[in-house]
Design a protein around this ligand. Sequence first.
Ligand code: HOZ
Length: 428
Amino acid sequence: MRTTRSKKLLRRAMGVLPGGVNSPVRAFGSVGGTVRFVVQASGARIEDADGNCYIDYVASWGAIILGHAHPVVIEAVRSAAGRGTSFGAPTEAEVELAERVIEHVPSVEMIRFVSSGTEATMSALRLARAATGRDRVLKFEGGYHGHADSLLAAAGSGVATLGIPGTAGVPQGAVADTVVIPYNDLEVAEAVFARYGEEIAAVIVEPIAANMGLVLPNAGFLAGLRDITRRYGSLLIFDEVITGFRVALGGAQARFGVLPDLSCFGKVIGGGLPVGAYGGRRSLMQQVAPEGKVFQAGTLSGNPLAMAAGLAALDLLAREGVYAGLEETAARLSRELSTLADEAGVPFCASAVGGLFGFCFHPGPVSNYAEASKADARLFKVFFHAMLEQGIYLAPSPYEAAFLMTAHGEAEVSETLEAARKAFRKAV
Ligand code: HOZ
């Protein structure tokens, strides 16, 4: 496969962008090889600067769910752009998107739009601390909630990919109030609450952990967190940046029937444009400025192009059968990949939920970060490159999930499975 132009672009990029990229996981750091520079995408496929085409399972890290350059979304953005790209004043589209999210997500009564998932979680934490008058926050090892200082403790995603426990530049004080415990471990959560319960403002959790591979919550885990936080007067924050509108219209909270106090969104709600949001009970959200005293602001918050793209995407997603289709494809990929790995004698486990699937070179089961990090990194690397060479673009890190789009049809799934059959044989 030719990569001459990507290589040339990477050399140029390295001179002006740290690592040649604007977000670390994209740099192929843990798999090596040449980062592909993308020139265009359509449906389930992306094309790189050398003219190579790939079936895309990164999908802009989950932001794209209807397929790249979906004509309805593109037309909504084009039409909004023609009326002006940003006003710094309220627009009707913000109200409409807010109404749409509130209509679909059971626990959300009011919402504030921001421009990224990081801003959403950072702001939700500020609100939780203000509302409870407490400082401590409990998060889970391998859980990734964006790059706000206080949440960069034992984080998943890029932090796990780089194999660093935290990050330089985060003062000790910024994480001093962050308590980190293993995902899926209610006993430890109970013990931490028994000790610090009155000091804990909130528990923040990815209801389905999707930044340490894909790890599903054990039965009763989320309900258990709901119960503990209620008993101690702490807030429960669901980081649905990945799961929101991806595993169901109402997100993971609708699937599991566990309602958090605050929810964070990003990715899908922006239809592929930069949007984040946090929302929850009216009495909490009314504490956000200017209605309340919790300050939070943003020049491009509620950007009209992003609102238009988000509205178009959510309306398409609300059509009958969309999630059932995504679910079926994800389940099939996870099931058939496992069979192929078995046939090749490769230790492998896979999972799927809604429009998400994940796999891990580990015999399984994997229920937390300590287990996920025992997966075979060499096997992942060989598999990743063997798939890439055959035109299948997976996340270049074992700590990321794979994202489905409605554009992944029979042809894409068959091609992927055929490529995987060869890639597993190469990996043994
Ligand atoms: N935070 C993303 C992975 N969970 C990576 C974002 C990117 O590189 O675009």
